[in-house]
Write a protein that binds this ligand. Sequence first.
Ligand code: NAD
Length: 376
Amino acid sequence: MALHDGPRTDSSGMPTMTSLEQIEADGHERVTICCDSRTGLHAIIAIHSTRRGPALGGVRMWPYSSMEDALRDALRLSKAMTFKAAVSRLPFGGGKAVIMGDPARQKRPALLTAFGRVLDSLGGRYITAQDVGMTVADMERIRRVTPYVTGTAVGRGGSGDPSEMTAIGVVHGMRAVVEELDGASGGPARLQGVRVAIQGLGKVGYRLAALLHQEGADLILTDLDHELADRAGRELGAKVVGEDEIFEATCDLLAPCALGGILNSKTIPCLRCRAVAGSANNQLAEPEDGERLQGRGILYAPDFVINAGGLINIAVGFGRGGYDRAKAERRTQTISSRLKEVFRIAKARGCSTATAAERLGEARLRSSPRRRAAER
Ligand code: NAD
């Protein structure tokens, strides 16, 4: 196995300026690139910050078109995790791992074991969990070679799949969004009759759709996996549309629950929603997209605020006494008040909600005591 600290992205083994510039600008503490020819593992572990605690963030497996793409994703995702933990006042830093490959065809036990060994060599600076393309069973496999893994089975002392709490958190966030759009009604906003378009019906999106269906919301669904989308449509009595049509769906809320970068200069002009509120990480392709949404009068629930339920679930599992689901649900409810705080800041400062959330995260980071090296 070859282990290289730092970016190595082109064929000559030299880092590209783009990646280096990005790492420097974002202040990542460590970026590890791992290649193991025996198992075919090509992975990147990006640690953005351990200031508040060990860098925590899921591992994503996706068929990236290049190492550069995978690196860019890992860098952006790990930075977002730092902000997510800071805004939610959780004792974690930000990190993320990506494995290049198609999870359906290339995810093998030996590859996960090789990934686990690299993780172990980082000595707990980074703790992993499941993200896109990963499951509880995969976390159990990784746990065979390292303790630095969470999101393992509840029956074995873990906190389980964080996706369920992520979906619950998005529902609480949606209540805050509806209240902001329509005014407070003297209690948590009801989602009955609210029209929600969901992009991505994976671990989070499917659960979100089921919860919203129970609340009487009117659903429009899409997924790259058409069979999955059709099944969900039948089960939940929802309308199913094509991948591109979702952006033009007339709805109250658009819920991105697939990959990042989907709110951009091409999609934002087409949107016919009143607000965006979903679980996907890094929904904005560029920082200016927050202002683009504001310019169109679309309320944006910043991703790292509304999708913190899974991280909260993991934090409860780390707490004294072990995992307690009721406690995790109670804490996840606070996503609603955190979003309202972001909306208040945006109004007071006359900025977009994306900028307001970043400012809140920066302020929380500045005021966090730096943990001593021995504690990290
Ligand atoms: P997943 O892999 O289980 O599901 C993703 C789904 O999106 C898949 O069904 C895939 O086919 C679909 N998809 C991908 N691209 C699409 C497109 N262009 N159009 C329509 N469908 C598309 O992943 P997940 O765990 O549900 O995570 C979804 C998003 O939420 C990711 O951005 C993830 O980083 C974020 N997130 C997840 C958690 C969690 O607890 N799992 C927590 C916080 C944030």
